[in-house]
Write a protein that binds this ligand. Structure first.
Ligand code: PLP
Length: 422
């Protein structure tokens, strides 16, 4: 099936006489005829047991997202941050290290640099545009994964997935991609060699700014039996000797994430959250098309504007990442544009306050056009050095183009830019 069809038809498959719309199964528990049947579930969890780690409504959404990403299984989480954290904790323990591109979401930089460190896991940041030799040097004996963002928030750099998949695999570790901004409609990292994909579903997938969420997708191709991942191939004593690769086959990674991490940590979405996310997913392919179209028109308007110092949108021909975008984002470059307003922080703040339609909010990928000033808002915890490494300067405004008519969006920007330089 094509994406438009998967968005509507994957996951929930009603049988004769069942509801046409995926129902909300609002129950923490499930009843069984015999104690033996429940016992069997602990040997092989092929039915729902308890809402801390699975639910029938969320399960349908997981199947739909796995299908869209061309993966073998998926697990939803209560936030994008939790998806990123669990994607790492599923492979690392204290004493291990990971390698991450430095141009990633600010919240993830903080999670990796500060919080993971407290867990005893070191994050080594790399410049994603460095050559293979340079990146090779960052690997250590204890490195367990490589992490990058398809289209970085808010730097809008495009990640060379094939290059990093090759390097990661040479070192016997998987590549994890945060595909939030691209969505599987614009890029399927697994098809380019990535092993695991994570999302903040809070963004385009939910699409309507209704609720937070995250998801981890298992590509199902990585060979865990190379000596570096004993927890996946040896008996888990916390789960009566269960061997994940034996029980779950290609979906071992998600099987372990659910039956060990989610069981212990319990950051699982509610059935109602799954229901709402599914409504967003149903129109994802159609919406992404229009986001790309509107953003391209807005970028073309902004690119020669005298109040703008620089514009970043990989869809523009002279953008640094245009060549990579042609390969990885051939259908479009999503809806986010970043601009540096001439004069830096002061004019950027004036611009922000002069907007009449675009919403000032701590969000991105809303269905409504919205703006954010990273240096004073989302990224204020980063040092100046980290800001530069994440591709941000003080006058940068992140513009998330919505689905209003593009002429209304451009008119609003026009009057706010005039106010910024006044
Ligand atoms: C927002 C975002 C996250 C974090 O997701 P939450 O749902 O806010 O926890 C992670 N990665 C990217 C690229 C994001 O944009």
């Amino acid at each position: 099936m094509r994406d438009e069809t998967k968005c509507l038809r994957s996951g929930y498959k009603p049988k004769n006489g069942e509801p046409g719309v995926m129902p909300i199964v609002q129950s923490t528990t499930y009843v069984f005829d015999t104690a033996e049947e429940i016992g069997e579930l602990f040997n092989f969890p092929n039915a729902h047991m308890y809402s801390r780690f699975s639910n029938p409504t969320v399960d349908c959404v997981e199947k739909k997202i796995a299908d869209l990403e061309c993966g073998v299984a998926a697990m939803c989480t209560s936030s994008g941050q939790m998806a990123s954290l669990m994607s790492v904790l599923n492979l690392c323990k204290a004493g291990d290290s990971i390698i991450s591109a430095s141009a990633i979401y600010g919240g993830t930089v903080n999670l990796f640099a500060v919080t993971l460190k407290k867990f005893g896991i070191e994050c080594i940041f790399v410049d994603q545009d460095a050559d293979e030799e340079e990146i090779d040097k960052k690997f250590k004996e204890n490195t367990r994964l490589v992490f990058g963002e398809t289209l970085a928030n808010p730097a809008l750099s495009v990640f060379d997935i094939e290059k990093f998949a090759k390097i990661a695999h040479k070192h016997g570790v998987p590549l994890i991609i945060d595909n939030t901004f691209a969505t599987p409609v614009l890029c399927k990292p697994i098809e380019f060699g990535a092993d695991i994909v994570v999302h903040s579903t809070t963004k385009y997938m939910d699409g309507h700014a209704l609720q937070g969420g995250g998801v981890i997708v298992d590509g199902g191709r990585f060979d865990w039996n190379n000596g570096k991942f004993p927890e996946l191939v040896e008996p888990d004593e916390s789960y009566h000797g269960f061997v994940y690769t034996e029980k779950f086959g290609p979906a071992a990674y998600i099987g372990k994430a659910r039956m060990q991490l989610m069981r212990d940590l319990g950051a699982y979405p509610s059935a109602n959250s799954g229901f709402l996310l599914n409504i967003g997913l149903e129109t994802l392919a159609v919406r992404m098309d229009r986001y790309c179209e509107n953003a391209m028109k807005v970028a073309n308007y902004l690119k020669d504007h005298p109040a703008i110092e620089t514009i970043r949108y990989p869809g523009l021909e002279n953008d640094k990442y245009h060549e990579l975008a042609k390969k990885y984002l051939s259908k479009g470059c999503s809806g986010v544009i970043s601009i540096d307003i001439k004069g830096g922080r002061g004019p950027a703040e004036k611009f922000m306050n002069a907007l009449k339609m675009a919403c000032r909010e701590v969000h991105v990928a809303d269905i409504r056009t919205c703006v954010l000033h990273p240096a004073s808002m989302t990224h204020r915890q980063l040092t100046d050095e980290q800001l530069v490494a994440a591709g941000i300067n003080a006058g940068m405004v992140r513009l998330s183009v919505g689905l209003e008519h593009y002429e209304d969006i451009i008119e609003d920007l026009e009057q706010a830019l005039a106010a910024a330089v006044r």
